[in-house]
Design a protein around this ligand. Structure first.
Ligand code: UDP
Ligand code: MN
Length: 650
């Protein structure tokens, strides 16, 4: 008996020793793999399918099967080195199936380290339960399937991204005038704040390395990586380990999901640099991007600046330079756009390397003086997870004493997602953020927003946002009103008149449908259609004092005629409109008369043919649409403007 016990003790000590060695080897191997994982493939040839079927989405590159007496996930002291992995859910317990001992006495632990490039060497799936099964399935899938899965998970093709170096350099896209620019010797130091939530390993680390590789160290206080409660395993202890080896990079973990605005405010509170540079977790910086931003902020601490945001394609990871000049704008649905207008350079070539004022800045990369950021009220803490926080900040900065610019000699590329990885079961969160902007900043102009977004209107009717703190801030900072912002900062935005009875959905009596212009066509001109009335505000149009029938969230497209087909064209910027773009509404008959031709607007249903158009049967007409016809009293020429949101109240 005693002999047996001694043998057991010796066996136990051996096991302890073995496990400790194993833990050490494991961590060393993981780290060495992580540091060596930068792909050798450059941006120019990102898609070469080396080892097409051997790569799996997240292969278990390293597996350790640990036998323990404890079937539950409680690790004894012997397994201390594995504890952090367990916390990170990187340690999986397999059911005791197949083991020799009784099920309740024994458990197998399997350690999977994601993301290292070792080929999958997992033992036969059948002995490794669910995880092995998943791996086997992936191995069987084609490369295309894996790409589709990656796109679903991240909103971009992470497989392509993985093959691109974490240190890739972007092709030069700056104007030659930028190279001769001199910067003052004593630029303020920047804290680069990178918030992330479940970002892919390759894109996150490429962002970090890109900052470290391009920002001169004398101007870089620190890089703060703020983890907004990510769930993905690779962002846990493996990331902590990786970051601990990077000079000047700190990782801060939030214990609550904060969303973009809250996360950035947290980063700002921890930052020591004089200038905050907020950056998305999937960016790549051009050489020389930081200095021009710091220079501008140093010249005026109330100036908030953004680089020119170039675009990384979500599918191919190709870099696309954005055409200068570019500025940020929004429409009446409070959607943000970057608007490039290269024609402006013809008038003023000096613009090539001079910053331009921008009514809004996108949130991808933003540099702001740290004290100014705090004094102007940081990000609105009432903003939910994601969306429009940059519009709120922009209106506030402008209205409360600051200004915004895009700086041409600074360029950073941002990965435009195919779709957002965090899914919104409904649009409510985004709408609520927009409601905060409308109610806090837009004064009476908010009605224009609610008319074009009836969903927001109904949410607003059901519950009021708690914005009292923000209104107090607005008062205490002495901020200007929205009328000032519209006329001084963003005069390019047309202000709809939305007259009762002359604005809303354009309802056609004869077809029981509404005038429609598909969203997919965006701001581009094209033929008008008819469709079931949406009731969402997406079909809103207005007949203004000038006789223009203005359409769309920017109200910058006008109903126009191409022969007998009614189309949308850009409205004239300088009034008055020509009679080609003018209409008259005869309330009694419901007719809309095109002023130049004196013909009437008629709706034609799909398959229906207007007179004189037999030749065009096979083209757009068979799909129905809006046409100009000799005026009759046919119901297809009778129209009503249906206002969805009454003129009174929000
Ligand atoms: N983000 C975050 N918490 C969230 C949502 C987003 O920290 O709840 C991060 C995200 O990882 C990214 C940045 O905030 O670095 C902006 O989000 P995203 O890139 O999805 O916005 P987009 O560029 O698509 O507008
Ligand atoms: Mn982004």
């Amino acid at each position: 008996m005693r002999l047996w016990r001694r043998a057991t003790t010796v066996r136990r000590s051996m096991l302890c020793l073995w496990l400790l060695l194993l833990g050490f080897a494991l961590v060393t191997l993981a780290l060495s793999n992580l540091f060596n994982r930068d792909g050798v493939h450059s941006y120019q040839k990102p898609r070469s399918p080396r080892r097409p079927l051997q790569r799996v989405l997240r292969p278990p590159d390293l597996e350790v099967i640990v036998e323990s007496k404890d079937p539950a996930l409680e690790l004894g002291d012997d397994l201390a080195p594995l504890r952090s992995l367990q916390e990170d859910q990187l340690l999986f317990v397999q059911s005791s199936q197949g083991s020799k001992s009784p099920p309740q006495r024994k458990g197998n632990y399997k350690v999977l380290l994601p993301g290292t490039n070792k080929e999958a060497t997992s033992p036969a799936p059948s002995t490794h339960g669910e995880i092995g099964e998943a791996v086997r399935l992936h191995l069987e899938g084609s490369e295309k399937d894996m790409e589709v899965a990656a796109v679903q998970k991240y909103g971009f093709n992470e497989l392509v991204s993985e093959r691109i170096s974490l240190h890739r350099r972007l092709p030069e896209a700056r104007h030659p005038g930028c190279f001769v620019e001199q910067f003052s010797e004593s630029l303020p130091l920047a804290s680069v704040v990178i918030c992330f939530h479940d970002e892919a390993w390759s894109t996150l680390l490429r962002t970090v390395h890109s900052v470290l590789d391009t920002a001169p160290s004398q101007y870089l206080q620190e890089v703060l990586l703020i983890d907004d409660l990510s769930q993905h395993g690779h962002l846990k202890s493996v990331l902590s380990e990786y970051v601990s080896h990077l000079d000047g990079v700190r990782l801060i973990r939030s214990t609550k999901r904060l969303g973009v605005a809250g996360c950035r405010t947290l980063g700002a509170a921890r930052a020591a640099g004089e200038v905050l540079v907020f950056m998305d977790s999937h960016c790549e910086c051009q050489k020389g991007w930081l200095e021009p931003l710091l220079e501008r902020v140093a010249q005026d601490r109330t100036t908030v600046v953004s680089p020119v945001m170039d675009v990384i394609d979500w599918e191919t990871f190709q870099y696309n330079a954005t055409q200068w000049p570019v500025r940020g704008v929004f429409d009446w649905k409070l959607n943000f756009y970057w608007e490039s207008n290269p024609k402006l350079l013809d008038k003023d070539p000096d613009m090539n390397n001079k910053p331009v004022r921008s009514p809004v800045l996108g949130g991808e990369v933003l540099a702001i003086d740290r004290h100014f950021f705090q004094s102007v009220g940081a990000y609105d803490p009432g903003m939910l997870l994601w969306g429009t926080e940059q519009i709120e900040l922009s209106i506030r900065v402008w209205s409360c004493g600051g200004s915004m610019e895009v700086v041409p000699c600074s360029r950073v590329a941002h990965l435009n997602h195919h779709h957002l990885p965090y899914s919104f079961p409904d649009q409510e969160m985004l709408q609520k953020n927009k409601i905060r902007i409308a109610d806090t900043w837009m004064d009476a102009y908010k009605k224009i927003f609610y008319r074009r977004d009836t969903f927001a209107h109904f949410i607003r009717q059901a519950e009021s946002p708690n914005i009292s703190e923000r209104l107090r801030l607005k008062r205490s900072l002495g901020c200007r009103n929205f009328h000032w912002y519209l006329t001084t900062v963003y005069p390019q935005l047309y202000i709809p008149q939305d007259r009762p009875g002359l604005s809303g959905e354009l309802y056609n009596v004869g077809t029981g449908s509404c005038a429609e212009y598909s969203e997919g066509q965006g701001q581009q001109p094209g033929p008008m259609n008819i469709a079931p009335c949406s009731g969402t505000g997406s079909q809103h149009c207005e007949l203004n004092f000038e006789g223009e029938l203005r359409w769309g969230p920017l109200a910058a497209l006008c109903l126009d005629a191409k022969a007998e087909r009614v189309v949308l064209s850009p409205c004239p910027i300088h009034r008055p409109a020509t009679s080609k773009l003018q209409w008259k509404f005869i309330k009694l008959s419901g007719q809309l008369v095109h002023q130049e031709s004196q013909l009437c607007l008629e709706a034609v249903k799909e398959g229906g043919l207007p007179q004189n158009s037999q030749r065009e049967v096979n083209t757009h007409i068979s799909r129905g649409g809006l046409f100009l016809r000799s005026c009759t009293h046919h119901p297809r020429q009778q129209w009503h403007f249906e206002q969805l949101v009454a003129s009174k109240g929000a």
